[in-house]
Unconditional design. Structure first.
Length: 254
């Protein structure tokens, strides 16, 4: 039986009061998200994934990220895709070419939900190969994952970190790109110094896997090339002497 929308309104009014850390946080959420996103958030609360929601730390074109706590008090991050996002045509092509998502329906909402699921599944695969935020749960357009940071601050991005040995840095990234390709059949698709976080010990974590595709995707080899070039550009600006084209060729010809 369909739920009476008034029941939802009432439930949202009551529960959101306790759920959001402040009225600003609630406003930030309500400003960008519709009724069905609020519903998805309540669902995550029902499933004991989310207890408290803080404000947003960053809002991009396609998604906004909110910090939150689990009922156990662990800090997590909610990446929430916006249904009205502009990049939606692009999303469709990325999905359609991926054999895992070939049957996605045509409407905007289905595409956004599949997109969110894709990032979740990419993270699940990637976590076996490399450091990524642990994916926790996905509900409609909301992806819950481990928060990589301290307190309320995410770890710095690679672009803001001092590099001691750029050649070694490049080699480590390349090895992981290659393992992801060979062992997880996956390419990140948007890898760069902006989507790599680095902790105090110097461990790096790859984030933002939404554009990742299966290596049989028609664009997969081009995406692989771009990932390698982005990483190579970054490390060569730091002084590394490297040949990304050769590395790309070697990986795809294996
Ligand atoms: N698990 C995480 N832990 C800590 N910080 C994170 C995490 N995921 C994302 N962030 C922070 O939020 C920012 C935005 O996240 P992300 O890169 O996934 O989205 P985006 O660049 O807006 O991507 P998209 O192109 O998919 O919309 C990151 O640059 C990073 O600072
Ligand atoms: Mg990003």
């Amino acid at each position: 039986m369909a739920e009476d929308p008034r029941d939802f309104e009432e439930r949202w009014r009551e529960e959101s009061r306790q759920m959001f850390d402040s009225s600003e946080a609630k406003k930030a959420f309500q400003n960008v998200f519709d009724h069905s996103t609020s519903k998805a958030l309540l669902k995550l609360a029902d499933r004991n994934v989310v207890d408290k929601v803080y404000g947003t730390i960053e809002a991009g074109k396609e998604s906004a990220v909110f910090l939150a706590d689990t009922p156990e008090g662990d800090r997590i991050l909610l990446k929430i895709y916006m249904a009205q996002a502009g990049g939606f045509r692009n999303m469709k092509d990325y999905l359609r070419g991926d054999k895992r998502f070939r049957n996605v329906k045509d409407d905007r909402r289905s595409i956004i939900y599949e997109w969110t699921k894709k990032e979740f599944r990419n993270l699940k695969k990637a976590e076996k190969i490399t450091n990524v935020p642990e994916p926790i749960s996905v509900e409609k357009n909301i992806l819950a994952m481990e928060f990589l940071g301290e307190d309320f601050s995410p770890y710095p991005k690679l672009k803001d970190v001092e590099i001691e040995n750029p050649e070694e840095g490049y080699k480590q990234m390349l090895d992981r790109i290659e393992e992801l390709w060979n062992e997880a059949s996956l390419v990140h698709g948007d890898l760069s110094e902006y989507n790599i976080l680095v902790d105090r010990e110097g461990n790096s974590y790859w984030i933002d896997f939404s554009q990742g595709v299966h290596f049989t995707h028609p664009e997969a080899e081009e995406l692989l090339k771009r990932d390698i070039e982005n990483v190579a550009n970054f490390f060569s600006k730091q002084g590394a002497d490297i040949d990304p084209r050769k590395d790309w060729k070697r990986i795809i010809s294996n």
